[in-house]
Design a protein around this ligand. Structure first.
Ligand code: HAM
Length: 421
């Protein structure tokens, strides 16, 4: 075992993981494009203020989990712990408000949280996310939820449970937080140490504490839905009605509060049915105040992000995903000096014709090269020795079906492969 390893909670993506990983990423991009979302890529690091101002200085993500450092020029930077704030920073910086609204954006990339590593919880994690900026209507919430729902359907994750809630405006939460704190304080001694701490710093997060799930004080806690202003109630009612009309099943759960301060009105999470709130596959919500927090004009926005590793875990548990890894169409086999040179130009021509070609390993025996062609899953071996090079031909050998090897002129190899399927 080498003494240098990947940092704790961070993982290498290995070739064996590739088929499932690409399947998830490609499916997500296809679904986002079907809703006319366009790719945005923001830097992996941002000015730390981007997250402090938006996600909230008291949120776990910023206060405990963010990787912050001063660069050599003295700028205080952070590895991005989430995507929404950076996308909104880019929206403002590039004047996207002057484009037709809403602006629909998607992203896929690594994020960093100094969390306690465990199954499904990493310090470098991948998210696929979308942001719909500039549309404050319930229809935008519904479109975003529908996109996320369709993504899981397309991947075969049909049993994920959707829980939705509305957390109203900052003013709603202010009033609710006061009432909830008053309700919970007499029970403080019987709550977990984590919840006791949060009772003072971030009482909303006590609601989704996994240790205290089922605690009588939480079961009897007041519901934030009773604190909503009439316009927020109307917004939420319309979101629910549209989900009903689309046949997307969901449960209203007043305990979904999310861990970031920028949310307002609709919030939601998707999770495996048996998980009990501990392994959310993806979540999102509306963040109408976020762009103002970053110094821009009032601009509504809504979006979600889903953890790619958590999707992959769920697909693996259910035995879902692509059956076979990608294999090359052709493996070149070169023998002799002239054969080696000819194999290079045959391979180049085949690639130009659109085939995936694995290069030869000249110097090894015919048997060894054939063995590695077969284990790579190539459909054909194209064999070029000195005699073939001299005559301008190759030997075309099917590897995945029993059929005879054929002598084919160099200029006709691609066609011969195509005609053999
Ligand atoms: P989030 O709920 O913090 O939301 O993260 C979204 C998803 O990222 C989670 O549901 C989970 O699948 C994955 N995830 C989070 N932390 C980890 C971790 N330590 N290890 C593995 N996976 C993890 C956001 O990030 C918001 N920006 C979502 C959003 C977009 N809201 C509006 N637009």
């Amino acid at each position: 075992m080498p003494d240098l390893r990947a940092p704790r909670g961070m993982h290498d993506l290995l070739p064996d993981d590739e088929p499932l990983w690409l399947h998830v990423r490609d499916t997500a991009e296809r679904v986002a494009r079907a809703f006319d979302y366009r790719l945005i890529q923001t830097p992996l690091v941002e000015d730390a203020g981007v997250f402090q101002r938006s996600a909230g200085g008291d949120s776990d993500i910023v206060a405990k989990e963010m990787y912050v450092f001063d660069d050599r020029g003295g700028d205080r930077l952070a590895l991005r712990p989430e995507g929404t704030a950076g996308v909104c920073r880019a929206y403002l910086e590039h004047g996207m408000a002057s484009r037709p609204q809403p602006v629909r954006l998607y992203y896929c990339g690594p994020f960093f949280r100094y969390d306690r590593p465990q199954a499904g919880r990493y310090r470098q994690l991948w998210q696929f996310g979308v942001e719909n900026i500039g549309d404050g209507s319930p229809a935008a919430d519904v479109e975003t939820i529908e996109l996320q729902h369709l993504l899981y359907q397309e991947l075969g994750l049909r049993d994920l449970a959707l829980r939705v809630n509305s957390i109203g405006t900052a003013e709603t939460r202010h009033r609710y937080v006061a009432t909830l704190t008053e309700h919970l304080r007499p029970h403080a001694a019987t709550l977990s140490p984590d919840s006791q701490r949060r009772l003072e710093s971030n009482v909303l997060r006590v609601l989704d504490s996994k240790e205290d799930a089922g605690h009588p004080a939480l079961v009897s806690a007041p519901s934030i839905l009773d604190f909503l202003a009439p316009a927020d109630v109307d917004h939420f009612t319309r979101v629910c009605a549209s989900l009903d009309a689309l046949g997307i099943s969901y449960a209203v759960d007043p305990r979904i509060v999310r861990g970031l301060d920028y949310y307002a009105r609709t919030v939601w999470e998707f999770e495996p049915p048996e998980a009990g709130g501990q392994s959310t596959v993806g979540g999102g919500g509306r963040y109408d105040g976020l762009i103002e927090m970053l110094g821009g004009p009032h601009t509504p926005g809504v979006g979600f992000a889903t953890g790619i590793e958590r999707i992959v875990l769920n697909l693996r548990e259910r035995g879902l995903g692509p059956a076979a890894p990608a294999a090359p169409d052709v493996a070149m086999i070169a023998l002799g000096e002239a054969g080696e040179a000819a194999a290079l130009s045959v391979a180049r021509a085949l690639r130009a014709a659109g085939l995936a070609v694995r290069g030869a390993t000249p110097g090894r025996s015919m048997r060894a090269q054939l063995r590695s062609a077969t284990s790579a899953g190539a459909r054909f071996a194209v064999i070029v020795g000195d005699a073939e090079a001299r005559d301008g031909v190759v030997q075309l050998k099917p590897l995945t079906v029993t059929a005879d090897q054929a002598t084919v002129a160099v200029g006709e190899v691609a066609e011969a492969i195509r005609s053999r399927g």
